[in-house]
Every structure is written in C-alpha cells, then in structure tokens.
Design a protein around this ligand. Sequence first.
Ligand code: G6P
Length: 610
Amino acid sequence: MCGIVGYVGNRIALPILIDGLKRLEYRGYDSAGVALLQDGKLLIKKCVGKVSQLEEMTKDLKSTATVGIGHTRWATHGAPNDINAHPHMDCHNNIALIHNGVIENFATLKKKLETLGHVFKSATDTEVLVHLIEEFSRWNEDLDQAVRGALKEVTGTYGIIVLDVFKPDTLVVARKGSPLVIGYGDEEIVVASDASALVQHTRKVTYLEDGEIAIVTAHEVTIKTLSDVEITKVVEELTFDLEQIEKGGFTHFMLKEIHEQPETIENSMRGRLLEEEGTVKLGGLSEVADKIIRAPRLIFAACGTSWHAALIGEYMLEQYARISVEVEYASEFRYRNPILTKDDVVLLISQSGETADTLAALREAKAQGATVIGICNVVGSSIARESDGGVYIHAGPEIGVASTKAFTSQLTVLALLTILIARGKGMSREKGIELVRELRRLPEKVQTILSDSKKIEYIAQEFKDTKNFLYLGRGYNFPAALEGALKLKEISYIHAEGYPAAEMKHGPIALIDENMPVVFIAPQDRTYEKIMSNIQEVKARNGKVIAIVNNEEDSIRNLADYKIYVPQTLDLFSPILSVIPLQLLAYYIAVSRGCNVDQPRNLAKSVTVE
Ligand code: G6P
C-alpha cells in the first residue's frame, strides 16, 4: 500500500524521488520521507502529511546526492507521525530502509533485537528489518548478504530498498508479496513499487519476483534468489505514456478517469470483437477456453469495486452462458477452506493485480488444483503473472483511489467473456451478433451521459449536506447500486448503502423520511414496473427520489424529484451506463464538500496488506 522509490545514477536524486513519490502517492499518503547519501552520511527528511509537505520541507536542502530512497506511507503498524514515517535507520544511522508490506513476526524479532542492545525509535513493524540488517552486517561484508540473512528471519510481506553509507553507490532491493519494478535508464536506475514513478525516466523495466533480491548500481543490476543464485531476467518495455498518468487539464484524476470511459471501454474491446461470427477473441484465454466452457462452475474472487464487477459478471454469465457462478470476497474465500476441484475455474478480478487478499485467493485456488484466470488492469502485475490464463482490461493507469474507468472496463471484459462462453455453450450466432453490435455502441452512449453532467453537478449541490443516502436497483443494477453507494462513501464520507430495491421493504424502509435521499436505478427492463412500486413506497414516506431512467417520457417523471437520463441498452450492459451518473454524483458531492477526491482519507489504491 505504501509507495517506494529509489534512485542511483548521475543526476541529483532528490527531485527525482519527490516526483516519483507524487506519482505513487495514490498508494498511501499519510506521511512521507527520503534518505539521501550526502557527503558520506545519511541525510534523512521525513514528516507526517502529504508528499507536498515533504517537498516543502526539503526545498532549501541544496542536496547534491545522486543516490537516495523515498517513501509515502499508508500506516499499518504505528500511527501516522514523523517518527513512524519511513525511512527507518539502524542504531548508528548507517543504514536506511523503506518498506511496503507487513512484517508479521516483528514483535518477537523486536524483543530479540532489544536484548542484543538495539534501540528502537518507532512503533512500526518495519524498523525491525533495518536493525536485523545491521545485526547481519556484523558478519557479512556484503550488504546484500546481510539483507538476505535478515529476510530469512522474517515472516510477512515486503518490498524494500536499502541504502548503506558503506556501500555508497548501491541500493539493495528485495521483494516478497509487494511489487517492485526496476527501470533501466542511461547510466541510472530507478526502482519503484510501480512503473508510474519511473516511466518519465525510462521504458525499459524488469519486474522483481517474490524471493528475489537485486543489487543495483548506476551501471549494473544483479538479480539473485534469496538462496544466492544469480538469475537472468527479461527486460520488458512499458506500454503506457507519461500523459496517461497526468491530469490533462482536469481538476482531479477521478474526473479525468470518469471522462476517459468512452475511450477506455473501447480499448477493452479493441481487436477482440468478431462481429460476423457473433463472438469474441480473447488471446489470453486460448489455452484455457475449453476448460472454462466445460467447467461445472466458475468462482469469482475479488475485493471492493472489483467485487461489484464480479457480481454483475455472475448475472451476465448465468443468464447468457447458463453456467453456474459464485462470487466471493477474496478475503473470506481464502480463509474458509473452500471446496474446489480441478475442474473448477477461479477468476480473480483486480484492477491493480496486487491486492493481497485476491492474490492469496489465487494461490489458495491454485494449490487446490483449480484453474486460475486473472482479469487485471496493470500489465505484469502479480495476479496477471501467476494466473493460468487471463484478460487484461486495458483501461490504462488508474490513479484516482476510487475506481471508475477500471470498473466499466471490467464489466466490458466480463461481457466479452460471457459472449465467448455462451457461444461455446450453444448461444446462437444471431444473438452473438446482437450483443457484439450493442457493445460497439456503448462508448458513444457513455459519451452522451458525460455530455450532460451539468445536471448531475446541480443535483450534487442540492444534496451535499445530506448525512445518509440509499441506492436501490434490481437485477444487473443491484450491484451498480452497491457501487454507487461505495463511490459516495469513499470520497465524500457520507454514509450510503446499496440494496436490491425490493429488499428495501425488509429494513431500509424504516430509515426513510424527508431527509433520506434514495437513488433509484430504473432502466426500462423487465423489473421496471416493480421498481416503480418501490419508488411509490419511498414517495409515500416523503423520501427524496433521484431516478436514473432511460427516457424523458418515463412515467417516473411525475414521481421522481430529480431525473438523470441514460440511453437504453441491453440488460447485461445496463450497469456500464447507469454507473456513470453515480460516479459523477459522488464526485460532485465530494468536491462541493471540499473533500480530497483523489486521496480520500484512510483509503489506498492498492491494498497489498491483508
Ligand atoms: C482498494 C481500492 C478500491 C479497489 C479495491 C480492490 O480498496 O481503494 O478502489 O476496488 O482496493 O482493488 P483491486 O486493485 O484488486 O481491484
């Protein structure tokens, strides 16, 4: 969840580190720090708060250091404060270390190290790592040997970068469970927890795997296993541009990403539609497609917004492909000893491809012999790499912590998967053609909704001081209601709940009065009349209704207090359209409440701890 970056080369390190941290800040933003190797000593600057505060703190430093490391934190062990901020140092301020992950046995190790005379300053789990390395440095001349020795003692997850005054031109980098990528520049190397921090310097990268250590100098990177065996790795080319990770004139990344959706949805299906044949082509599934089609059931495991996408995938696949689907929270799935057979196919949906629980669910499913499929956005991410087959959603880098464009791309890919399996199981070519044709129309329909966002901005103003919200939908739009409520909670801190509309009668109706706005997702589908009755029930209790409807002539007209129009589409694609106004509503409400929408409190983009 934290962001880490390291630099060794011939340029001044500080601005490169600060810039890298700004790009990684979506991973965590409660404190930040840097360690620079300045005149043979470690120069440490760290503080609670955002990277901008660290930048302010270091702006007059005039550092000439060309080696350094930087960290932006999302606190797990120890409150966010100056002392707990990374980097952490050994007893003699010779070694500095930054860490992303959790050291589970830190308490035992800390006790042991204290008896050996080590003095701890922070309340973090991380600090044991640097003292352990100090301990191992007594017997090992090579920093990487000391790091290796220390890492053998720890249980948990880590992505670390270590800097030692006695190895002034070297960074030692290691990974287990937390991503790390090494970027090869011209006489310089940038290491980071994801490629967004280094794409402005180089496109040539190597992804470190679990259990690997890299010894990095400006001219050379040596990668070894924890048991000291040297390995050769492929250098890959990054496929995204700098401008994709910049705001491009929008006030927030989230707004930019919402507006990118016509293009990102298009990108998710680009080159994959076979309209004539009424089917789709998903290259990453070619080896496993038969297995999926023959599987007795599919199991989705995911977290957060990706879990909502999975719920919609369940509706799509069961209705069109007539295959039994289960949807699991990844965190529950892995710990409840799930019953799996080798015929089961487990699909992991994850924007980042790094969510710890989802990755652990993948490993659990794999260990039990199931086939595992990754549906990820980040190319080369852990889930993508460890899967038997997969589909990238191609939404491009998503920086806003609240997921938007990744969600609609996940839904697009799930629709493609549905068509593929349904055709494999006997759905007619004509039906396939109808679905493919409508998929093609979606980007334009999304654009229509975006062009009408002024109205949503106005509605947002009306409701900015509301304390609670209810979101209701049926069928495909029940998970969309969950997603709408999640978006609002995440970025505006207004309490919001999503419910299946008919279920309202079994509880939430008790909450309805003139202070409770209810967002109804009410497209013209087979449950339309039913949802109309639910709206009547809310109006009868003086609730305020915001309805998402398909056309102006809708009979909801006289019932709803506010109406937002979305174009009509086939039932399975409906949430791709209905979620857009929900994203915008959450965004504008959060902005009018003065919230930091790109970096909501307590959240992180990529949750790499359990
Ligand atoms: C975090 C993010 C959410 C995201 C969830 C799952 O909670 O804030 O936006 O939906 O993790 O992330 P993933 O990368 O696995 O889709």
